[in-house]
Design a protein around this ligand. Structure first.
Ligand code: BES
Ligand code: MN
Ligand code: MN
Length: 480
């Protein structure tokens, strides 16, 4: 694969050797990239081939991208890799890049084309697709660009996050998710994990997570993992907390989702899966700043013990919420997670990721997550981290004074859903979260990834590269 310009100029193709160099250039010359890249393939004649390569597939990436797209053309790389993934047998992918800076985004994008989870009976290993694929990056002159350990790890972490999303909800419930988190973080130096389960949530003041999850067979819980730098390293940079919405299935609760709206709701833990993987990557870097992971895990189920419309929950902030829609459950979990991170754990920066609103899809679509923040610098860093990682984001409005009145309750501090559904729903949902930390000094970024986390029935691992990159940018700023 390569930007069309370079393929045409034959600059790098010597790196492949004969006869592939000629074949690739000819094939690319006949292929127009279209908006998002195209692939074309040819068989290599047996008599001319000096190796075992039989099929050549060329992906031609677009020469230009808009200013809202990633300069690495990550999405186009993913699409080409998807075409490659549809082939059988041994596979090597050669990615030709404009710039060494794009290696990470390119490798992460290609990784998305190779999901780990499959329950097809043809698999040899239960629930796992096993295929080893070699990825090589070259620059426009054919120079080998090494893929650092960091991006090899990121590739695995993205695929792990996607596999958790893909796992069916009866297998992945709050308890098995917590176990998967422990397994994922096992052996990382400086990491400690605790769990608050079931009624203990209520005792700890976490009435949102408890209320949402208490109707399910498997008890709700909050998993807290902390990475602390070694004692001899002076803490450097802010304490960042990553908070994930982990609703392992969202039926909507007693406000049951309609047919067509409920299918696919195993994806509702996509924020927690992304944060788990991002935390693993950050903790494995053994940085000199504290990082905390908070997974808010619950199933929004229907049963005699389900929370009910008209119930009033007291959240960790001390504020009371009258439930007027049990399907707006994610904000109740996250408000607890955010408040706990700031008040109990004294985090300076809190970032949450959540499949929070269907309205995010209407506002920013499937390719861009929506971000909402009380801090302009962090918001700008998030946009920049999106371009760099290939996991794109677009900011939405943060204006408490315009949205607070959407949640009037005669009997509690607020309701959990808005009065007017046609008034910036994704911003209003974020406003709800903000309410529970507004009296603190926390810097906060909310990532609504309802669209990008789950595409065509598959988890994408969206958020892992973005959040890792963003945290690195936040920390490096505070150093200078
Ligand atoms: N998990 C959903 C949001 C969602 C929708 C994620 C579609 C992925 C795809 C969330 O819990 C929800 O139900 N939100 C409601 C909020 C409403 C009741 C105020 C929504 O967006 O309709
Ligand atoms: Mn819901
Ligand atoms: Mn939900």
């Amino acid at each position: 694969m390569s930007p069309a310009g370079h393929l045409g100029k034959k600059k790098w193709s010597h790196a492949l050797g004969s006869p592939f160099d000629g074949l690739v250039v000819d094939l690319a010359a006949q292929t127009s990239s279209g908006d998002l890249g195209t692939t074309a393939s040819t068989l290599v004649p047996r008599e001319s081939a000096t190796s075992e390569v039989r099929t050549l597939l060329v992906g031609v990436l677009p020469d230009k991208v808009s200013r809202y797209n990633a300069p690495s053309r990550a999405e186009s790389i993913r699409r080409s890799a998807l075409a490659a993934a549809a082939t059988k047998g041994k596979l090597a992918i050669v990615i030709v890049l404009d710039s060494e800076e794009h290696v990470g985004a390119a490798v992460m994008a290609a990784s998305r084309a190779f999901p780990l989870f499959s329950a097809k009976s043809s698999n040899k290993v239960k629930d796992r697709l096993k295929r080893s694929v070699e990825i090589v990056c070259l620059d426009a002159h054919g120079k080998f660009l090494p893929i650092s350990q960091k991006f090899q790890d990121a590739s695995a972490a993205i695929r792990d996050a996607a596999a958790l999303v893909d796992t069916p909800p009866s297998e992945l419930h709050p308890a098995s998710f917590a176990a998967a988190a422990r397994q994922s973080l096992r052996g990382i130096k400086g990491v400690k994990i605790t769990e608050i389960v079931g009624e203990d949530l209520q005792k700890a003041g976490l009435g949102g997570i408890y209320g949402v999850g208490k109707g399910a067979v498997v008890a709700p819980r909050m998993v807290v993992a902390t990475y602390a730098p070694p004692a001899k390293a002076k803490a450097n940079g802010p304490h960042i907390a990553l908070i994930g919405k982990g609703v392992t299935f969202d039926t909507g609760g007693l406000h049951l989702k309609p047919r067509g709206g409920i299918e696919g709701m195993k994806c509702d833990m996509g924020g927690a899966a992304a944060m788990l993987s991002a935390f693993r990557l950050l903790a494995s870097q053994h940085g000199s700043h504290k990082v905390t992971l908070i997974l808010c895990l619950a199933e929004n189920a229907i049963g005699p013990a389900s929370y009910k419309p008209d119930d009033i929950l007291t959240l960790h902030s001390g504020k009371t919420v009258e439930i007027n829609n049990t399907d707006a459950e994610g904000r109740l979990l996250l408000a607890d997670g955010l408040s706990y991170a700031v008040r109990e754990l004294k985090a300076d920066v809190v970032i949450d990721a959540a499949t929070l609103t269907g309205a995010q899809l209407i506002a920013t679509g499937t390719m861009h997550a929506a971000v909402i923040s009380n801090d302009q610098v962090i918001e700008e860093k998030a946009v920049a981290a999106g371009f760099a990682s290939g996991e794109l984001v677009h900011p939405l409005i943060f204006a408490p004074e315009f949205y607070r009145h959407e949640f009037p309750s005669p009997v509690a501090d607020m309701t959990n859903t808005v009065a007017n559904r046609n008034n910036a729903q994704s911003s209003c949902a974020a406003q709800f979260l903000w309410w529970h930390i507004e009296d603190t000094n926390a810097k906060w970024l909310h990532i609504d990834l309802a669209g990008p986390a789950f595409l065509r029935g598959r988890g994408t691992g969206f958020g892992v590269g973005l959040v890792t990159e963003l945290c690195e940018r936040i920390v490096s700023r505070s150093k200078s």
